[in-house]
Design a protein. Structure first.
Length: 243
């Protein structure tokens, strides 16, 4: 199997870099909206703290949750047909006590990496289009039609795949769990196209968003993680990749 980085359009590459915390301000400087960040907060829930920090000559994104939750995301544009493989680096230093993404009351995780797929009105039942329209009026853009979240869980077994109980077009995939490799940088790789087809039965719309989240609101505990580079790659041997 052969994989190699495939360049993205310049604008998308810049946003990807900002979303991964590898460009922008110096150590300790908080991300700014102009650097490609947007933060999605949840009503009545304190926001997780996100800031860029310097580590070993590079800039990474530090996330710290204290009974809190919020999603940091960036808009991107890309095709899974051209670049189906997502590769990223992350490190979890503290897991939310009692977190289990299978349970709504304990839906916290040390780290999550989100891939969102573009909203297409033709795919959405007429009655749900109003909700998308209202979201656009509030946020200035349509939210994704569907998505995948790759999770470093507190206790949910590796390999768990489930649709989120509140967002049935969001697939959760547990790629790492528990204290194994805790406090260590880990590189991950997923065939996003294969994961999407396995979950939804067909290739998804084009990529529209990338995001990260560390949360501890449901368990009223704490969590901490770091996010490094995130990039899409092409592969010349699709048959060798399994969902």
């Amino acid at each position: 199997m052969s994989r190699r980085p495939r360049p993205l359009p310049a604008a998308a590459a810049l946003v990807l870099a900002a979303a991964a915390g590898v460009s922008g301000g110096g150590g300790g400087e908080a991300p700014r909206p102009g650097e490609g960040w947007r933060e999605l907060r949840f009503a009545g829930v304190p926001a997780t703290s996100y800031r860029n920090v310097a580590e070993d000559g590079r800039t990474v994104l530090l996330a710290a949750a204290e009974g809190s939750a919020s999603l940091l995301y960036a808009r991107v544009a890309g095709s899974l047909e051209a670049t189906p493989v997502l590769r990223w680096h992350w490190r979890v230093d503290r897991l939310p006590a009692g977190g289990d993404v299978r349970r709504r009351a304990a839906d916290d995780a040390g780290a999550r990496v989100y891939v969102g797929f573009r909203y297409r009105p033709a795919l959405v039942p007429f009655g749900q289009r109003l909700a998308y329209w209202l979201a656009r009026m509030k946020q200035g853009e349509y939210p994704p039609y569907s998505g995948i979240a790759y999770v470093w869980a507190a206790s949910t077994p590796v390999g768990t795949r489930l649709l989120h109980p509140d967002y049935p077009r969001l697939l959760l995939v547990v790629v790492r769990s528990g204290s194994d490799r805790l406090g260590t940088w880990v590189e991950e790789e997923r065939d996003v196209l294969a994961d999407a087809v396995a979950a939804f039965g067909a290739p998804p719309p084009p990529i529209s968003h990338l995001g990260v989240m560390t949360d501890a609101d449901d368990t009223r505990s704490s969590a901490a993680a770091r996010y490094g580079e995130i990039r899409f790659e092409e592969t010349e041997c699709r048959a060798g990749l399994t969902p």
